[in-house]
Write a protein that binds this ligand. Structure first.
Ligand code: SF4
Length: 353
């Protein structure tokens, strides 16, 4: 399964396919929507629609008026935490080939990657209204601004692309890069995803992130009001973190009032420092039951308007060393849904504002 495909546990199946002409017309109108992160086409709330949390697919449908899928794009970036600028060896959990389908394929130009991604997604979804180009592997703002502009613009020129998503580090958005992102956000949908992982500095040091939490706060503050959605990537189950520690990270996401969050269970991919620690018996992994309980607790602390882009993750089977349960995506989704229903709870139930 393509991890960039948005999952949609509550979706209505069997919608009729739309014609190519309809599709072209809809994409033309979608591209003209600006990236006001809360610029909804339809104002129905996720709770009115029967969801337990602010599901990403629902958000995109409300925002764009139809099904939108993300396509993973490899812009050929490296990372300052690998090339020696900030560190070497990378984050303990990082294997970019395991994260991103685009880095497991033979490299191609941006347009060709989008075409290939659309071909794959059309096999699963006949009724996509458009696609978001997701610059995913490595640090996707780590290049001279003119090169960034060239890469992003090539993606935006594709007739089926309705917006961009850019994953990056919080210490890789100097003012000229933020200026470029603001400029793009003035004419199309843009979400920028910063790696938070945790708010706790000892854990950030353990995983060799090469930045502390103040650096994350600084990036969020400098990004505020520039017109793009500000998201964070969080990992639950990091070694040495208690349940209270993880809930403190949830409250920090709320305090910073991020627009979106992508939540992962800790999993171990091969060829990482985490894999070595796991083999040495130093890294306990959460069971499915533990993870689901923690995840729902975490979501209860988030603001209701924070979009949940992901609730769990995995690596392809040939990269994954554990836990095995995260490969069974249907079972994980069912367990999350059942936990919400058992507790009769929802995202934001404990959010203090
Ligand atoms: S910052 Fe991102 S790309 Fe760089 S080593 Fe860490 S996880 Fe990998």
């Amino acid at each position: 399964m393509d991890p960039c495909a948005t999952n949609e546990p509550g979706r209505v199946r069997g919608s009729p396919a739309i014609s190519e002409l309809d599709l072209e017309m809809r994409i033309l109108s979608l591209r003209n929507l600006t990236s006001n992160p809360v610029g909804w086409v339809n104002s129905m709330s996720w709770r009115d629609a029967g969801y337990r949390y602010s599901e990403y697919n629902f958000f995109l449908r409300q925002r764009f008026g139809g099904r939108i899928q993300r396509i993973s794009i490899d812009g050929g970036f490296t990372c300052p935490n690998r090339d020696g600028s900030i560190g070497t060896g990378g984050c303990a959990f990082c294997n970019n080939r395991s994260f991103s389908p685009s880095r497991r394929m033979v490299r191609a130009g941006i347009t060709e990657q989008i075409d290939r991604g659309m071909d794959r997604l059309r096999l699963r979804y006949r009724n996509c209204a458009g696609y978001i180009a997701y610059f995913q592997p490595a640090t996707n703002t780590y290049a001279p601004v003119e090169r960034l502009r060239w890469l992003y613009e090539e993606a935006l020129r594709h007739p089926h692309i309705v917006g961009l998503a850019i994953g990056t580090r919080c210490d890789c958005v100097p003012p000229p890069v933020l200026h470029l992102l603001q400029e793009i956000a003035e004419r199309t949908y843009l979400s920028v995803e910063y790696g938070l992982q945790t708010m706790h500095n000892p854990t950030l040091a353990w995983m060799n992130r090469g930045h502390n939490h103040d650096s994350f706060i600084d990036a969020v503050q400098r990004s505020r009001g520039l017109g793009f959605s500000i998201g964070a990537h969080v990992i639950l189950g990091l070694p040495g973190e208690s349940h209270d520690d993880m809930m403190a990270t949830a409250r920090e996401v709320g305090r910073l009032h991020l627009d979106a969050v992508k939540i992962h269970n800790l999993y171990v991919a091969k060829d990482t420092r985490l894999a070595d620690a796991f083999a040495a018996g130093e890294v306990p992994l959460m069971s499915l039951a533990e993870y689901v309980t923690t995840l729902v607790d975490f979501l209860e602390w988030l603001p209701p308007d924070c979009v949940i882009e992901r609730t769990f993750s995995n690596a392809p089977a040939d990269y994954l060393l554990g836990p095995a349960w995260c490969l069974n995506r249907g079972a994980v989704r069912d367990a999350i849904r059942a936990e919400f229903e058992r507790r009769e709870t929802w995202q934001g139930r404990k959010f203090l504002g």
